[in-house]
Ligand binder design. Structure first.
Ligand SMILES: [Zn+2]
Ligand SMILES: [Zn+2]
Length: 259
C-alpha cells in the first residue's frame, strides 16, 4: 500500500491512498484544476480513481468535490450528517453514497473504516485503511485524541496525524480571540504538543512512521512542529534517526510513501 499527500493545511487537503489495483482519494480540499495539475506532477492517473472518502464538510476538505463529481463517475463516501450540511451550502452532489461506516467498506483490495473525531463540523471522521497487510491511519481536524481515537492509532504501520498549531504562536498571533478559542478548544485542532505526546506514547508501543499534517501557516512552522516532537521524544531517549518522520505541506505534494 502506498500514499501520497497532495495538499495539507487550512487552504486544502487531499491524499491519495493506493495499491496496484485500487486508487482512493481522501478529501478534495483543493480545486479540481489544482488537483489535475498535482496528479500530473506526481504521476497519478485520476481516471483510475475507484472511490473518494470525505472526512467532513469544511471547505478545506471539499473545495473541489462538486466539480470533480461532475467530471468523474466515482462513488463519494460521506457521512449523512456531513452531506446534509454540505447540501445546504452547495446543493446536491452527484455520486454521493451516504455511509456511516458502521462496518468497514471494501474498495477492491482496500478495506476502509472510519472513526469519529471531536471537531466543529456536522460530523468529522478519520480513516483507517488496510490492504490486508499494512494499515494507514489518518487523523486530522480533531480537538483531542480521545481513548477511542488513540486505540485506532495503535498498531498502525503509518500514522498521518494533525499537528495544527503551536500554542504560543496561536496565543501571540493575529487571529481574533473567538477564533483562537475555537482552534484550541475541544472541537478544534490538535496542537504540536498534543500530537507529540500522542506520538511519544505510540513510539513507546513500537510505532515508528509518522507524517505531521494540517499545519497552520499562521500559527505553526514545520520547524516548530518537528522540534516540539523531537524534544518530547527525547524524554524517552528516542532520536530523529530512530523514527521515520515526514511533514505534509500545503503546496508541495509529498513523496510517494510505501507502507
Ligand atoms: Zn481542515
Ligand atoms: Zn475542519
Amino acid at each position: 500500500m502506498k500514499f501520497c499527500n497532495i495538499a495539507s493545511g487550512s487552504k486544502g487537503n487531499a491524499t491519495f491512498v493506493y495499491t496496484d489495483k485500487t486508487l482512493v482519494l481522501i478529501d478534495v480540499g483543493i480545486s479540481y484544476k489544482a488537483l489535475i495539475k498535482q496528479c500530473k506532477d506526481v504521476g497519478i492517473d485520476l481516471s483510475r480513481l475507484d472511490a473518494i472518502c470525505i472526512t467532513h464538510e469544511h471547505s478545506d476538505h471539499i473545495k473541489g468535490l462538486k466539480t470533480l463529481s461532475n467530471e468523474l463517475d466515482v462513488p463519494i463516501y460521506m457521512n449523512p450528517k456531513s452531506y446534509n450540511a454540505l447540501k445546504q451550502k452547495v446543493g446536491d452532489i452527484l455520486h454521493v453514497q451516504e455511509e456511516e461506516f458502521v462496518h468497514p467498506i471494501q474498495i477492491k483490495d482496500l478495506e476502509i473504516s472510519a472513526f469519529r473525531h471531536t471537531h466543529d463540523a456536522a460530523y468529522t471522521q478519520g480513516f483507517d485503511l488496510s490492504d490486508g497487510n499494512k494499515r494507514l491511519v489518518m487523523a486530522t481536524d480533531l480537538g483531542k485524541v480521545t481513548p477511542a481515537i488513540y486505540k485506532r492509532m495503535q498498531g498502525a504501520d503509518y500514522l498521518y496525524i494533525e499537528s495544527n498549531y503551536d500554542l504560543q504562536s496561536l496565543i501571540n498571533g493575529p487571529y481574533p480571540q473567538y477564533l483562537k478559542s475555537r482552534i484550541c478548544g475541544q472541537l478544534g485542532h490538535l496542537c504540536n504538543s498534543e500530537s507529540s505526546l500522542t506520538i511519544k506514547n505510540l513510539v513507546q508501543e513500537g510505532s515508528r512512521r509518522f507524517m505531521l499534517a494540517h499545519l497552520s501557516e499562521t500559527n505553526n512552522t514545520p520547524e516548530l512542529a518537528k522540534s516540539t516532537l523531537l524534544n518530547t521524544l527525547k524524554e524517552i531517549k528516542v532520536k530523529e534517526m530512530d523514527i521515520d518522520l515526514k511533514i505534509a505541506d500545503q503546496y508541495t505534494p509529498s513523496e510517494v510513501i510505501e507502507i
